[in-house]
Design a protein around this ligand. Structure first.
Ligand code: ADP
Length: 166
């Protein structure tokens, strides 16, 4: 049976850290669904449709290289409900540091209590991309800093357009 993974996040914007997790998760599953969170009350810099289009563009090389079908969908409720809707048996999360560990493991355990049939798999961030956080990329970009090391070119263009609109 095909194994499907669900990787939820804000992806506001997608970073090289996310792409590292996506490429590595693609080795574990036959199908990967990227869940773009569009929760009410969580104000994103980039609108959901643009985040989806951007993700679809930047994941294409990974999908072609690995042969894994990678799709993108929004979700606005519980990750376990969205994972189940997509017939995913795995939820993928990335761990950068101790604060990610504390938060992510607790959330994984609560998700596990709600949905024992869905396993959360934690991938430790790779050394080269471990420090990257979307929230810091946004702060740096707003202050005119160079974000080319942290996010792909397509995301830089989207960020520039979103910041212009602010
Ligand atoms: P959220 O709003 O859920 O934190 P993010 O898009 O920032 O959304 O993160 C989604 C997932 O990706 C989380 O599991 C987070 O730990 C992971 N992640 C984010 N940045 C990195 C990175 N640089 N390396 C590894 N994992 C990361």
């Amino acid at each position: 049976m095909a194994r499907t993974g669900f990787y939820p996040g804000s992806f506001d914007p997608v970073t090289y850290g996310h792409l590292d997790i996506i490429a590595r998760a693609a080795r574990l599953v036959d199908k990967l669904v990227l869940g773009v969170g569009v929760h009410h009350g969580k104000q994103a810099l980039i609108d959901a449709e643009t985040r989806i289009n951007l993700l679809e563009n930047v994941i294409r090389p990974i999908a072609e290289h690995t042969g894994v079908k990678i799709t993108v969908a929004t979700f606005d409720g519980l990750a376990v409900d969205a994972a189940r809707r997509h017939h995913a048996g795995l939820i993928i999360r990335g761990l950068r540091d101790a604060s990610d560990f504390d938060y992510e493991v607790q959330m994984g355990q609560m998700n596990g209590a709600m949905a024992p049939d869905i396993e959360t798999v934690f991938l430790a961030a790779s050394p080269a991309t471990r420090m990257i956080a979307s929230s810091l990329v946004k702060q740096i970009a707003k202050m005119g800093g160079d974000i080319t090391l942290f996010i792909p070119k397509e995301a830089q263009d989207v960020m520039a357009a979103a910041l212009k609109r602010l």
